[in-house]
Design a protein. Structure first.
Length: 269
């Protein structure tokens, strides 16, 4: 039986690479992206189906979930890969800080809306996190990052990746097979608006970065391995389980509290 994977952020970078590799292995790939031309091109290249969604608008996420659920009666893997670093603080169409919405609230909402088909399929959920979680601090009284200096968005980005890790753990506690992973520092368009990223790439001539193929390997591995040999909810540093996690991810009750706050932000009942 052909397996189905939904990959967000699949119009470029590690998402596009993973889409191609999984399609070559016989998977049916739902290619989710924001850019119509790139998303369509990747979907045509891999023989998958293109879906458009801009994570600046939660209504796009709701429409995406409805379209995916209508198209597929079975989903084997949901890869929440979309997101990134936002250099200048701003608000989404929904009035939320954009880093929080892109990297956590949108994938949280998509996963929740797809939960009936995910549960019926015994699906696996994968979240693209980051070693940058170590620079964050998940404060439930300041998820929107209004009480702390922005500093180019790096700490807000790291904090959103703590949320990715905590969300995977919370899904595991609810009986969903879920994992998160750090792909490595990948040579993609990540953080192109950040002067610090541009300077680092210029100085190093991108020698510090790994290829999108290397960055996609953990995603492909987590999607295809029948048994991972570690508990559901585990965070991987590339292919190694039990990556280092910021201490705020381990605060008592943080998973339930983040879930409740996120539900309120995205207007779930």
């Amino acid at each position: 039986m052909t397996k189905t994977i939904v990959i967000t952020g699949a119009s470029s970078g590690i998402g596009a690479n993973a889409a191609g590799r999984l399609a070559a292995a016989g998977w049916d790939v739902a290619v989710v992206g924001r850019n119509p031309e790139r998303t369509k091109a990747v979907a045509e290249q891999v023989g998958g189906t293109a879906f458009l969604a801009d994570y600046d608008r939660l209504d796009d996420v709701r429409e995406l979930a409805a379209s995916v659920a209508k198209r597929y009666d079975r989903i084997d893997v949901l890869a929440n890969n979309a997101g990134g670093l936002i250099h200048k603080r701003g608000l989404s169409t929904d009035g939320h800080e954009r880093t929080l919405q892109h990297n956590h609230l949108a994938p949280f909402l998509l996963t929740d809306l797809l939960m009936p088909v995910l549960e019926a399929s015994s699906a696996r959920v994968i979240g693209t996190a980051s070693v940058a979680n170590l620079s964050g601090n998940l404060r439930l009284d300041d998820l929107e990052w209004t009480k702390r200096p922005w500093l180019g968005g790096w700490r807000a980005y790291g904090t959103s990746k703590i949320a990715t890790i905590v969300f995977a753990r919370s899904l595991a506690e609810r009986g969903i097979d879920a994992y998160s992973f750090h792909p490595g520092y990948v040579a993609t368009n990540f953080g192109v608006d950040s002067p610090l990223v541009r300077f680092g790439n210029f100085v190093s001539r991108n020698r510090l970065a790994i290829s999108p193929e290397q960055g996609a390997s953990p995603l492909v591995h987590l999607a295809t391995a029948d048994e991972l040999g570690v508990p559901s909810g585990t965070y991987f540093d590339r292919l190694d389980p039990y990556g280092r996690v910021n201490s705020s991810a381990n605060s008592p009750g943080v998973g339930e509290a983040l879930w409740a706050a996120s539900s309120t932000y995205v207007s779930l009942t």
